[in-house]
Design a binder for this molecule. Structure first.
Ligand code: NAD
Length: 266
């Protein structure tokens, strides 16, 4: 039996918001390709340590964790510095951290607007501006931003989220253009509904409003906008992230890649 073929041996990845959901799926998919990874996000320290250890043991890579509230500029800067110090470099930057709040614009709490813009958009700018010089010096980099279908279309009740995600799509295009001649790509993945804790909260509030079970709430949520009527999984998004880091994807840059069961085809 030969050694398993992996694509990203000797590469390193920093994935923000990767203690659960899509970010964890992407960190695991990159580690499965032989990449060292640094996790980031909130959660119970013992559970995070178990996630970190499991990645190292399952995929035979080095794995690290660093917390920090990415609503704060300094925490974003410190995160990239820590990743460079502990892994030696950041070859792959996955910006994935995100929160949601759903209420009509006229009632949208100002502090929620500020938090969503800071976490879902500004943190992406800060980690990119800190990680780019190293990528440029080495002449290789992959930047993947988790945007959303809401980077392409709107939905009621999501003023801050939709504004931030459209902002991520714009930032992605500019970073891609500025680095187009280098082997540094920057792309936005635009998921529709993915079954994660962030969406569970929306399923629960819908089920409560309709007076139905969580299963019925999930069906109603999917039926409204996602023609496939199936959730994507964090593993699906992880597989796309790994592809974007592969040699075959060197000319995919500045793209928005929907994984949305047809949502934005309508
Ligand atoms: P999730 O709640 O499971 O994960 C969010 C992650 O971000 C967690 O690790 C959490 O600890 C971390 N986090 C939150 N606030 C933070 C902060 N201030 N500082 C540091 N870490 C913080 O959610 P998810 O559904 O996996 O979402 C991940 C990304 O995918 C988000 O950007 C979200 O907008 C986007 N997205 C999700 C869906 C979906 O259907 N789930 C669809 C489209 C886009």
């Amino acid at each position: 039996m030969g050694e398993k073929q992996v694509m990203l041996k000797d590469k390193t990845a920093l994935v923000t918001g990767s203690t659960s959901g899509i970010g964890l799926g992407m960190a695991r998919a990159l580690a499965a390709q032989g990449c060292d990874v640094m996790l980031n996000g909130f959660g119970d320290p013992a559970e995070i340590e178990a996630l970190r250890q499991d990645i190292a043991e399952t995929f035979g890579v080095k794995s690290f964790y660093r917390g920090g509230d990415l609503a704060q500029t300094a925490a974003c800067e410190e995160l990239v510095a820590a990743a460079e110090a502990q892994m030696g470099k950041v070859d792959i930057l996955v910006n994935n951290v995100g929160i949601q709040h759903v209420v009509a614009t006229e009632a949208f709490p100002v502090e929620k607007w500020d938090a969503i813009l800071a976490i879902n958009l500004s943190s992406y700018f800060h980690t990119i501006r800190c990680a780019l010089p190293g990528m440029q010096a080495r002449g290789w980099g992959r930047i993947i931003n988790t945007a959303s279908v809401h980077g392409l279309v709107g939905s009621v009740g999501k003023a801050a989220y939709v504004a931030a995600k459209h902002g991520v799509v714009g930032l992605t295009k500019v970073v891609a253009l500025e680095n187009a001649e280098a082997d540094i790509t920057c792309n936005a993945i635009c998921p529709g509904w993915v079954n994660t804790p962030l969406v569970q909260a929306q399923i629960e509030s819908r089920a409560e409003k309709l007076g139905v079970s969580k299963e019925e709430g999930a069906k109603d949520l999917l039926g409204e906008k996602q023609p496939s009527k199936r959730f994507a999984s964090p593993e699906d998004i992880g597989a796309l992230a790994a592809f974007l880091c592969s040699p075959a994807a060197h000319n995919i840059t500045g793209s928005t890649l929907p994984v949305d069961g047809g949502w934005t085809a309508q």
